[in-house]
Design a protein. Sequence first.
Lengths: 349, 349
Amino acid sequence: MAVPNPPTSRDVARLAGVSQATVSYALTGRGTISATTRERVLQVAASIGYRPNLAARSMRTRRTGQLAVVTGTVLDHQLRVLTGAGEVAEAAGYAVRTHSIDGTVEHRTDRVRELAASRQYEGILTLVPVGADALTDRAATGERDGGTPVVAEATFDEQMRSLGDLADATAVRELVDALAAAGFRRFAHVAGPAQYASARARRDVYLASVERLAGAGVTSLGVLGGEWSAESGRLAAHALPDDAPPVAVIAANDTVAAGVLRGVGERGWTAPGDVAVTGWDDVEIGAHLTPSLTTVAVDFTEAGRRAMHRLLAVLRGEPRPTTDGPIHRVVWRESTGGGRDAGQRVRSA
Amino acid sequence: MAVPNPPTSRDVARLAGVSQATVSYALTGRGTISATTRERVLQVAASIGYRPNLAARSMRTRRTGQLAVVTGTVLDHQLRVLTGAGEVAEAAGYAVRTHSIDGTVEHRTDRVRELAASRQYEGILTLVPVGADALTDRAATGERDGGTPVVAEATFDEQMRSLGDLADATAVRELVDALAAAGFRRFAHVAGPAQYASARARRDVYLASVERLAGAGVTSLGVLGGEWSAESGRLAAHALPDDAPPVAVIAANDTVAAGVLRGVGERGWTAPGDVAVTGWDDVEIGAHLTPSLTTVAVDFTEAGRRAMHRLLAVLRGEPRPTTDGPIHRVVWRESTGGGRDAGQRVRSA
DNA sequence: CTGAAAGCGCTTACAG
DNA sequence: CTGAAAGCGCTTACAG
């Protein structure tokens, strides 16, 4: 019944016939130590199932070895982002704790500040939008002040350029260009909540893309919506003028797009004949809607990995990692008409 | 540039004119201490922003104060389960780390065993299916051996009764009964992966419900599928015999159900006229499908809270908490015909 | 009701 | 290349 105390480095030392310091050197690979001794120590440690007491190590090194990732409950794909972030953090020797924070942006910002003040974490990565003044990732250089670094997955830098892979909205331009090439002249955007950098980025690229094609007769019927909800999309469809069709609607995500499709049906319009619709995220159901939904597939796990790499760079005082390839890919389906053809036509252009 | 060391309990003691022991007593509320002293100590602690060093505390108390929650990447709703679990753990004074584990059930089981052996956690809650022999939650009593307790959100007990709120499939019977009352005589089930307790429970309740109505001429065309995927649902629809309609299809979740709806359309059948379809989870898009999807709404956050309460009960050596009310609610929509009416007819019966 | 002292299990200069 | 010793910041019997 009595559980024996777990073995300590002292036990390993005694059994290996060395000092505790030598055990520490063998395990951390830090000091100078002969290969023979190291081998023997590791052998003994493994044989008795020795596991270093992390609390003791943490106290001595004055490092917690802990990072926090802040999630919300609004966007389900954050689970995959979290997974990618955790994977990279673990590989770097950090433990990750998650904190779910909802409520107003002010409340979320306060909570993140509290986490930073708790001294419990060496760094914080937030997947939910918080006030920019709570972030320490603003400068392009890796400079540090004394506080706990706080990095957001998606945000904007000083020049208001979107930062973070999920805020990369360049695929919107691909959508607009292809649909314009396919003949659409009227567009509309159903945006997500403006507090999300990703939503703002999609809106901005939408506006810029349509503007760029103004010379070709392309116009925008406006930016509608403002929530990550299907109902927001449905209402947006109902808000379109009666003579809107043919019109292409760029929705902020797949859920919003599903609502648009429903609203389009309720108005007696057809998709994609009267209204072409695009989503974002490539949720699995989208491929099985009727019409199946053109969307932007996102590698959320990779987004999480990259975000964590950014936080680690700040922790190490290194410059922000140079961006890798895109994690977005447009998936053409029936809701934009021509499906695969439309995409191929554009891609080969 | 030089960051001052954070204040320690020693600093608080000096400033408050008491000993370090008194500070500890004041903060933990453990020893005998006068209200006046305690008040003064807390005041001083707050004024200098004192935060106990958790690593030091942990080393001394020989408790890590850490729990692990194991998630996967297959089911997005685990983010909400995680949130509920984290909320309860935090309120109980525990820190929660998450580990994302995918792969085969054998691999997942091994990894959970490693986590349990790491001595890093006081308890482990897994949201992904693992081998029953990795769990310590099997007995109804709170008995403990020396190892780290491992509790699964959803599993089966010795009598093969489903345990854990997400494995509560009683709503399936409500679906079958209502659809039978609405006139359906032929049923089919598109199941989820058998390694999931929730999928097995839905299948079992489906089979039992149909069997129970055999006297009324109700028959099952079989159990199809076996994945949490829309494609699995689509293929199941194509596997139905040509003369299946009218038939009611109980799908394992909304994603599968969306695939069924797509497959039904591809076969030239109508829903719900020829094929009634039900899902599970109440994903937001479901309400905006055409036809909108009858489903079972699940309070995932509450499921997470309850699962964590079960783990805490094991940790405290208490008996398993008595089950609270259901966290499931059938939502009748167009995909079962009559929509709200069908539900109301049954509910008032 | 309060304080002096020991010790949790590590790591790290430092001495040899 | 290895060891003796100190100390990280707490908590907890124990003495008063």
